[in-house]
Design a protein around this ligand. Structure first.
Ligand code: 7PJ
Length: 371
């Protein structure tokens, strides 16, 4: 932990130190209090979730970063001193603005995306549901249990997983997508291959979910743009086979923020407008435990990009690092805790294996979040 160190603020001069800083600053909403319950907070991306403070972060030379938390009430005075009035107003506008509907879904609420892996070797559920009928039946149950989106994948990105040909990937996912889409359900295709994107869209997929941020295949950007469909851009450092070997960042949260901003701008240049883009920091993809935890504790920073956020923590190995007894199917508690944390940060979509448990957890959290 502690790539971003909170500064000890002993005097107004310490606070002014941030105001005098000339390099880029980053702004992470914090101090979450439901906006609907307290009009002194500001809404996170137009939702009921609210924030009462901003963590202001600057990079340190040589790596890492330092930050200070400023209650919103103190922000105005600080902004006047910093000469960043326009910048902060623009940041607050982006943090607060309600997002347009995404794939027809209202982005003021938090949606659960159910994971269907049509693979024989996925790390946490592989082999359990690997036929079309079983996959469709499981997806239908998830929808019944409250999932708004079904994410269908045909290639495991687990380190050491067997590679599959594009044809095989298509053969696995297309029948499942076709069946679910024909019943009117919202399906995302989890793939890094442009040929699979095309086949999935033809079969009725509504969203392209690419763990390589549309960089993994040179045709992906063009295929995604031409499809007119919304996309999910995820951050990954390295390649699935080797990404966990020795991941390194200057500051994971800020580097990933910059990466996603750069990808959003590339998409816009290719004709994919911001309202078609959802971003995802890619928990577990080329990240150590502390990188993952830093990201989870500052998820709301990504609202500054102006796009809906998707979070995927379900059964991931960072939970097993915290609780080494827990193999993937024993990580429900950690999956729920991290999903509720995502909800608190105002993320709009949460990608999970355990749909009814997550839906229940978020409903209970929403009903008890009165200060
Ligand atoms: C994610 C994903 C994720 C998005 C996988 C697993 C590995 N897509 N595909 N975000 N993870 N957008 O489920 O553990 O976190 S596959």
């Amino acid at each position: 932990m502690d790539e971003i160190k909170r500064s000890v603020l002993r005097s107004p001069a310490d606070v002014r130190g941030f105001a005098d800083f000339e390099g880029p600053l980053y702004y992470a909403p914090t101090g979450f209090i439901d906006h609907a319950d307290d009009p002194n907070t500001l809404p996170l991306a137009g939702s009921r979730r609210g924030f009462s403070a901003l963590e202001i972060i600057r990079r340190r030379e040589g790596g890492g970063a330092e930050s200070m938390i400023l209650p919103l009430l103190a922000l105005e005075g600080w902004v006047q001193n910093s000469g960043r009035v326009d910048e902060i107003n623009a940041v607050l506008d982006r943090l607060m603005a309600k997002r347009p509907d995404y794939a027809g879904l209202d982005m003021a609420s938090c949606h659960v995306m159910g994971i269907i892996n049509v693979t024989p070797d996925s790390f946490s559920d592989g082999g359990d549901y690997n036929t079309t009928e079983q996959s469709v039946a499981r997806a239908m149950a998830m929808i019944e249990q409250g999932a708004s989106i079904i994410d269908v994948g045909g290639e495991s990105t687990r380190p050491g997983a067997d590679t599959v040909s594009e044809d095989e990937e298509i053969n696995r996912v297309v029948p499942v997508i076709r069946e679910l889409a024909s019943k009117g359900h919202i399906v995302s295709i989890d793939t890094r291959h442009a040929g699979v994107m095309e086949a999935a869209i033809e079969a009725g997929a509504a969203i392209i979910n690419d763990v390589t941020g549309l960089e993994g295949d040179e045709r992906s950007m063009e295929v995604a743009a031409a499809s007119g469909k919304p996309v999910i851009l995820m951050h990954m450092q390295g390649e699935p086979g080797t990404m966990q070997a020795d991941p390194k960042y200057d500051c994971a949260v800020l580097d990933i923020y910059d990466y996603l901003l750069d990808r959003i701008e590339s998409c816009e240049r290719a004709g994919i407008s911001r309202d078609r883009i959802c971003i995802d920091p890619g928990i577990g993809f080329g990240k150590t435990l502390s990188h993952n935890l830093e990201l989870l504790s500052r998820l709301a920073i990504f609202h500054g990009l102006g796009c809906p956020i998707l979070l995927g923590t379900s059964r991931k190995s960072f939970i097993g690092k915290i609780d080494p007894k827990a193999d993937p199917k024993q990580r429900l508690g950690g999956s729920i805790a991290s999903a509720v944390n995502g909800w608190r940060h105002g993320v709009q979509m949460i990608r999970v294996h355990d749909v009814p448990e997550t839906v229940q957890a978020i409903s209970v959290a929403s009903s008890t979040s009165i200060v």
